[in-house]
Design a protein around this ligand. Sequence first.
Ligand code: C5P
Length: 310
Amino acid sequence: MAELLVSAPAKINLHLEVLGLRPDGFHELAMVMQTLDLADQLSIRPTADGAISLTCDRDDLPTDGSNLVVKAGELLRARVGLPELGASIHLRKRIPIGAGLAGGSSNGAAALVGLNALWGCGFSSAQLHAMAAELGSDMPFCLEGGTQLCFGRGERLEPAGLGAAPALGVLLIKHPDSSVSTPWAYGRCQELRGDFYLQSEEEFEQRRQALRSGPLLAALRGEAPLPPLRNDLQPVVEPELASVREGLALLRQAEGALAVAMSGSGPSLFALFADPAGAEAAHQQLAADLAAAGFEAWCCRCIGSGVSLG
Ligand code: C5P
């Protein structure tokens, strides 16, 4: 059978608020996530040898059973109950690794969608969503994509209801030598802020409601100027990583930047502009300084969907 191509786009957090700690040890979050047009690509060929094998064009990424692509394939195969199903998967990596851009989660979500189609499993999107949530907190968002409010561990999605993706331009930067472990960032957040976490479902719901009706969503609907962005993991990571401090300072110099923030648990950073041309102009303005400080940079657009076939 012919190979299937699946696009696995990155996300940024336009809002990441840590509300409290859940009985399962995860953090209760209130987030707004946005899919970008920076994407990895999976090419998948089905086999009937019971082996799910993964290769990647970057040799610093584990391709064994610890990779979410392989985990997604194994979970799907177990659920469909046909151990002879196999696949040979190649991953073209464009999203920086360990960056807070959900690259690994998006790859796993892309494997679920691609293998569901190739193996003819016939799982519904609700069933794929449930499997994605088992594999990782960001994975359901990666399946759906666009602009979504994400609650719970991150897996409870509410579309922002914008109609179309925001027309914003995004200048994204990351230092290739820096990466952040997500469990470390949340653990450190708990050490620093745990005594002040909200405790009750009523308080969590108040914060969710404040996000739904607040200035960020109004700005994304085009009804108000963009407010400063909030990422509660930024003050946790910033003191620890010089590259984050340096990158934020550089982005804050960009002409026309409407807001600057870290994405997820970092260390990738981004600035938002009124349109993609604004991001391109800022990229040119900052190119020499970014290169001198060793940053990689991408000009991106917001898109309205997550993983997609073809
Ligand atoms: O769900 P995922 O595997 O992406 O989470 C990675 C780690 O990040 C978790 O093991 C946990 O330490 C932390 N985390 C958290 N609360 C969340 C999401 C992630 O504490 N809502």
